[in-house]
Design a protein around this ligand. Structure first.
Ligand SMILES: O=C(O)[C@@H](CO)OP(=O)(O)O
Length: 254
């Protein structure tokens, strides 16, 4: 059994301004930073061996801030494979140090859905101009793309393919994984994991900074507990393996 944590980034500076963001790379607000830290507290007892983030700063900030809270105190390290030089210049020469690190793999495929000509527009003003229903269809339908942007279906094409090709093999190998990404790239992944229909996904909404936990067992994804409880203990129904991991952390601090 392995665990999979999915987390949408904390509030960004354009979430705060109610602007369509998509592939525009904006940072978190102070509230978003707090959300990421709170999220980290909720998952501080869950094992994490490898982290995937999108290529965007808001998901990377969220993952890093959350990991600062983790009780295992491993160091999340962004892997650089964009060139041979980047790879060799960021090499770690100690096996012990590597053992105390968590690789962070960044992938554009996990980026937010590209919002086309809505990027930078105010969501309320856009609804006033084009009508609430049209804008809702652009934002939540499965197959209607916003003007010159990606539909959820197009976003799923890259995000879910990446998830199947790059993330699932780690889970199959027994590694515990965290994926920090975005409202719509995660909606497409959750649609796949929970086998939602294109009708059902319309009402799937993800809050900023709330981690969701899945257990991967015998090729199946099982959602654990409610992701919105007030404290870590009430949020997730621990499996026996997760409880053992938490006990190990308890004994390490004694
Ligand atoms: O602006 C965006 O990129 C997304 C997420 O904030 O918007 P929506 O609320 O339509 O999913």
């Amino acid at each position: 059994e392995s665990s999979l944590i999915l987390i949408r980034h904390g509030e960004s500076m354009w979430n705060e301004k109610n602007l369509f963001t998509g592939c525009v790379d904006v940072p978190l607000t102070p509230k978003g930073v707090d959300e990421a830290i709170e999220a980290g507290k909720r998952i501080c007892n869950i094992p994490i061996d490898v982290i995937f983030t999108s290529a965007m700063i808001r998901s990377q900030m969220t993952a890093m801030l959350a990991m600062m809270q983790h009780r295992r105190k491993k160091v999340p390290i962004i892997t650089h494979k964009e060139s041979e030089q980047a790879q060799s210049w960021s090499k770690i020469y100690s096996e012990d140090t590597k053992e105390q690190s968590i690789p962070v793999i960044t992938a554009w495929q996990l980026n937010e859905r590209m919002y086309g000509e809505l990027q930078g527009l105010n969501k309320q003003e856009t609804a006033d101009r084009f009508g609430k229903e049209q804008v809702h269809e652009w934002r939540r339908s499965y197959d209607t793309p916003p003007p010159n942007g990606e539909s959820l279906e197009m976003c799923a094409d890259r995000a879910v393919s990446y998830f199947k090709d790059q993330v699932v093999p780690h889970l199959t190998a027994g590694k515990h994984v965290m994926v920090a990404a975005h409202a719509n790239s995660l909606r497409s992944i959750i649609m796949h994991l929970d086998k939602l229909t294109s009708q059902e996904v319309i009402s799937l909404e993800l809050s900023t900074g709330i981690p969701m936990l899945y257990i991967f067992k015998e090729g199946e994804f099982i959602r654990r507990g409610s992701p919105v409880g007030p404290s870590e203990a009430s949020v997730y129904a621990y499996t026996r393996n997760l409880a053992t991991y938490r006990d190990t952390l308890d004994s390490m601090v004694q």
